[in-house]
Design a protein around this ligand. Sequence first.
Ligand code: NAP
Length: 385
Amino acid sequence: MSLVKAPDNILIPTSKIDLDKIRNKQIHLFIIGHGQVGGLLIDQLIAEREKLKRRRRIDLAVVAVANSSTVLFDKDGLDKDWRSRKQEQGESYTIPQLIERAHRHGLYNTIMVDNTASPSFVLNYLPFIEAGFSLVSSNKVANTLGMEFYENLRERLAKRQQDYLYETNVGAGLPLIDTIKLLHLSGENITQIRGVFSGSLSYIFNRFSAEQIAFHKVLEAAIAKGYTEPDPREDLCGNDVARKLLILARELALHCEFDEVAVENLIPEPLRGLPTTAFLDDLPALDAHFESVRACCDKDEVLRYVATLDGDLADDFGAQMFVRLEAVPKNSMLGQLQGSDSIFEIYTESYGSNPIVIQGAGAGPQVTARGVFGDILRISERVSA
Ligand SMILES: NC(=O)c1ccc[n+]([C@@H]2O[C@H](COP(=O)([O-])OP(=O)(O)OC[C@H]3O[C@@H](n4cnc5c(N)ncnc54)[C@H](OP(=O)(O)O)[C@@H]3O)[C@@H](O)[C@H]2O)c1
């Protein structure tokens, strides 16, 4: 405690914490999920806290960190030792208890950050909104459930004037959703979106098309680099790409459902029902199928797993969505893709046949965590002190 002199020479007791709270905009973060993305995000937030206070007058305090079993809560914000503290002091919890705790401590400017991949957790978004939280999410599920849930979520947010940002749902840290949203809101007519949306499938077909290599060898390399899900059929079935395409379509206010995306499943029929270990033990079983596909390419073509949104995009119900393996010209932008990069071509009326192109690392926990951090900062800038 220190003493500050008021103009009339009366001494007013104060403290460093009080001054900090007056000087800086206080933001209270509830981080759900601390796996690869969530864990890195918490470390990034804690590492940047003092700098953000100095430079932006924003104090981002991570007040709660939870996984599916326990939560660690500290109303003043957690520090670098959050992992060990959570192991020692983590308590079981329910969502209503967590929300009640925020209210009991008078926490305002609250943001719930979903870094799970859980389909059931997204049902908690509504109670968080009702309790005054804004939302940030790397979890795609809430944006790919039925239109009824999607629209209801947005109505509730609008009613309470709260934000929900999810830039990392498509293209990880790339500034894609924001760009599409801005183009659409500014009245620019988007006529087509097309690209390679999956880092793992980008790597697999970039290499498979460029080298005389067996398909299973490339897939093994992708697994070893950590590019695929533990069961790579989750990548090869195309559903994750289809979800990303659906999210982009909905950003254009198109009314569409997941089952309207025509998806080419890349897993040969007999291998779809195998247990994971049996599938992983016999990856060469994929070779014959992909060898025959590669043989159909002309010499100046390469294979790419391409997502396309087109149709009559001025009509709410006019979207056509395809996700499929295509032979594209080697010298096209998609054909020149390298490594595990993603690429998004956005065609609009004003830009004509020259699309806006966004390209770069479209996956990976580091860039995803940075993207989530960016969403948190955007909301923090908007809320009042
Ligand atoms: N990794 C990437 O490169 C990447 C890129 C773009 C987007 N994403 C998205 O980012 C999200 C997180 O990915 P990740 O790689 O960090 O996953 P992860 O390592 O599997 O971590 C998931 C975390 O969520 C927790 N969790 C699961 N269900 C929960 C529930 N019902 N309630 C509370 N916590 C729960 C898990 O805790 P338990 O231990 O209790 O299960 C774990 O801490 C996913 O939606 C993913 O699609 C990831």
